[in-house]
Ligand binder design. Structure first.
Ligand code: 5GP
Ligand code: ZN
Length: 141
């Protein structure tokens, strides 16, 4: 994929171009996988598109379709002893995004202390509320 889709002032674009070093795991024509520099657990990896976009929903479908098979390959290669890990993709500052170039994290969960630790603050929605939400979403599809 040509450099026309990469940005001059993005840290992950610079990694793709080789202007900043990275521990590359693998790459395809459209995606690049490397180790996270501040891992939550051993093997914590990032899969990024060779296409600068801040958010998941801005990526072209063909690029997205290339990323997940690479993520699967990397997840298998990480060699998770207990088979437990999280696939994480943050969009927006409030949603914990720090680097504004789309990335999927693969985060091994070797034990309760290491890897991703998340809150799960479940809200109360009635069956009627859920139906309203469903209709709102379906109208926009
Ligand atoms: P976010 O919070 O945006 O989902 O995650 C950004 C991730 O990128 C963090 O886990 C952070 O450690 C990683 N990261 C930031 N800068 C670099 C870098 O220069 N090299 C590598 N390998 N990882 C980085
Ligand atoms: Zn970028």
């Amino acid at each position: 994929m040509a450099n026309e889709h990469l940005s001059d002032n993005c840290i992950f674009c610079k990694i793709i171009k080789g202007e900043i070093p990275s521990n590359k795991i693998a790459e395809t024509e459209k995606s690049y996988a490397f180790l996270d520099i501040n891992p939550l657990s051993e093997g914590h990896a990032l899969i990024i598109p060779k296409y600068h976009s801040e958010f998941f929903h801005q990526l072209p479908d063909d690029v997205l379709a290339d990323m997940l098979p690479l993520a699967k390959k990397v997840a298998l290669a990480i060699g998770l002893d207990n088979g437990q890990y999280n696939l994480l993709q943050n969009n927006g500052r409030m949603a914990h995004q720090e680097v504004f170039h789309v990335h999927f994290h693969i985060i091994p969960k070797p034990n309760p202390e290491q890897g991703l630790i998340i809150g799960w603050p479940q809200q109360k929605f009635t069956a009627e509320d859920l139906k309203k939400t469903l209709n709102r979403i379906k109208e926009k599809l």
